[in-house]
Design a protein around this ligand. Structure first.
Ligand code: ZN
Length: 596
């Protein structure tokens, strides 16, 4: 345990009472970072709001893997807010970065036509055809903003296009130009070193994630030294708008800068003290913004944290701007399971919106809250999501009855609420597994789904499907978009006459016992009891005998009985859990398919 977790730290000069500190015992990673960030903020900028930051590049669909860039500071910011401090969570939209390449498979984008825009700022590239947004960056930002709202992430978005083109950074740019030799000297220490080879050693999905990483990771450009010397600044061409320019001269006294464009041949001389169409190179841009905004906490992906990486180099450059490097933990990559096989309408890139289609925001928040940033984990789009939901429901129940451990309570609390309140939740959160089975079997028939879900617990039937929403809708979406056709359940339309005819005495008797009990056991619990009980009764034991009282052969008998039922109902060896399946099929049809 981190020592600070044991200390009760009273917020200096703050009157607000912590909302949850008393219930979480502040033992999780979020609390520990919050302790450090508050302390550092009090030291660097006493009395000012705490500033944490994330950076995202809207160069295409924003990959689900990049959500950690936002969730890590979000959770820390939220804990700090809960303690009554003012916090700004900045999301820097790196929309003034150059358009590097045309992502594949984006609807409304002709790859060749859009390739003509490579080198322009992302906000100068047209949006995909049919988009409601004015440009490429805005189009892809919008989807992310919508997901962040659903996730309860409160943030201040900062468009770098707006910052640069309004001249907000003028002083910083002139300062960087004046100190270009100091910057060059820092960068020179790393230019001689070989780039770390670790990228090629990563598994394929991580390499893909990395390719999709934002914040300029793809091109850790540190500027170039032409015959006129080194310049940490690049103008976008006044004619073709591309950044394929070379600074040919610069005069510190007048701030006159001349450049030529290697793409179109255009050349001009501008005054940097009034010129707003260019930007600092990435390795200088990032630390400049740490200083400009007073960022105290900004995590980064592993690719930013290696020797010579922008985070490390930035730590040396930020002093030139009179600032300090933020607390910057390295976060591990988040993998995706079960998405690779599925085609996606958005260039095969899983986005946070894709995850939120199949899981509630609480579950997604929980995945981030319960793992330290340096632990990697996977977001499940495959069958694993059902197990994950079981685990979540179990935790929810433990929290409700007071038996959960403090760290688990903390993670749960961070998942279900923020400092500004509870996230909307499903009024009747029925098991995801059950909802998915019902969605599978009913294939979109909501009246059937409602009937089955009401049969699960006849004493407390569902008034309308809305009570099970949005969780029900997420399960429907999962079944429809992520369960392959050959794993879908298709209930037989006709009884399997041949199989029924070939059954031996024992099998026939087992079906008889089941059919006789159907009426009196028609609920989830009742049918569970019944299907497990039939083989016990056949072997001469009471239906409610516990496993300890039974010989091991009963297990084998149960397995063959279940397989027989699956074959008769859905023509396969397995399927959704039998009680759910029976309820879904309906009593009349079950009777017919079992040969009554
Ligand atoms: Zn040009």
């Amino acid at each position: 345990m981190h020592p600070s977790a044991l200390t009760v730290r009273l917020p200096l000069g703050k009157k607000d009472v912590p909302i949850v500190a008393q219930s979480t015992e502040t033992t999780d990673w979020v609390s520990r970072f919050a302790d450090d960030v508050i302390e550092e903020s009090e030291r660097r900028a006493p009395g000012k709001p705490v500033v944490v930051a994330s950076g995202l590049s809207p160069s295409g669909p924003i990959h689900l893997g990049n959500l950690r860039e936002v969730m890590t500071p979000h959770l820390v910011a939220d804990e700090i807010r809960r303690r009554g401090y003012q916090v700004r969570h900045l999301i820097s939209w790196d929309d003034y970065d150059r358009y590097r390449k045309v992502p594949k498979g984006i609807a409304g984008v002709d790859e060749e036509a859009w390739a003509a825009h490579i080198g322009k700022p992302l906000t100068s590239v047209p949006a995909p055809e049919g988009s409601a947004y004015p440009n490429w960056a805005e189009h892809f930002k919008a989807a992310m903003i919508e997901s962040l709202a659903e996730l309860g992430v409160e943030f201040d978005g900062i468009s770098q296009t707006e910052q640069y083109t309004s001249g907000a950074y003028r002083e910083q740019i002139l300062h960087a130009m004046k100190h270009r030799n100091d910057i060059d000297a820092v960068l020179a220490q790393y230019r001689t070193k070989k780039a770390p080879a670790k990228k090629s050693q990563k598994p394929v999905d991580e390499a893909e994630l990395e390719a999709a990483e934002g914040s300029g990771a793809a091109g850790e450009d540190d500027g170039s030294a032409g015959s006129a010397g080194y310049f940490p600044y690049k103008p976008y061409c006044g004619n073709c708008e591309k950044d394929l320019t070379t600074v040919t001269s610069y005069a510190d006294e007048t701030t006159e800068l001349s450049y030529t464009c290697n793409e179109c041949g255009f050349a001009e001389t501008v005054r940097l003290n009034e010129f707003n169409r260019g930007k600092l190179v990435w390795k200088v841009d990032w630390p400049m913004r740490w200083a400009y905004e007073g960022v105290i906490f900004e995590p980064s992906g592993v690719d930013h944290s290696s020797p010579g990486s922008s985070f490390q180099v930035g730590g040396q450059i930020v002093g030139i701007f009179g600032g300090k490097q933020p607390i910057g933990p390295m976060y591990a990559f988040v993998g995706i399971s079960g998405m690779a096989k599925m085609s996606s309408s958005r260039g095969g890139v899983p986005t946070p919106a894709d995850a939120l289609q199949i899981m509630e925001p609480q579950l997604l928040r929980w995945l981030y809250a319960r793992r330290r940033p340096n632990q990697s984990f996977k977001i499940a789009f495959d069958q694993e999501i059902q197990r994950l939901y079981d685990e979540w429901d179990k935790l929810d129940a433990k929290v409700a009855d007071g038996s959960a451990l403090p760290a688990d309570i903390a993670a749960h609390s961070r998942a279900v609420r923020t400092a500004s309140g509870e996230l909307p939740r499903t009024p009747r959160p029925m098991p995801y597994r059950t909802l998915a089975s019902v969605a599978d079997i009913t294939a979109g028939h909501e009246d059937q789904a409602l009937r089955i879900l009401s049969d699960l617990d006849p004493a407390n039937p569902l008034g309308s499907l809305d009570e099970a929403r949005p969780r029900y809708d997420k399960a429907v979406a999962w079944i429809n978009t992520h369960v392959p056709a050959d794993q879908r359940t298709i209930v037989r339309s006709e009884p399997d006459a041949e199989l029924l005819k070939s059954l031996d005495e024992t099998s026939q008797q087992s079906l008889r016992l089941l059919l006789d009990g159907l009426d009196s056991h028609w609920s989830l619990d009742g049918l569970t009891h019944l299907v497990y009980g039939v083989p016990k009764v056949q072997a001469g034991f009471p239906a409610d005998a516990t496993p300890k009282e039974l010989p091991p052969e009963i297990k084998t008998a149960q397995r063959s009985f279940f397989a027989l039922l699956y074959h008769l109902l859905v023509g396969r060896d397995t399927g959704p859990r039998l009680p759910t399946l029976l309820l879904a099929v309906g009593q009349e049809r079950v009777r017919s398919l079992l040969g009554e």
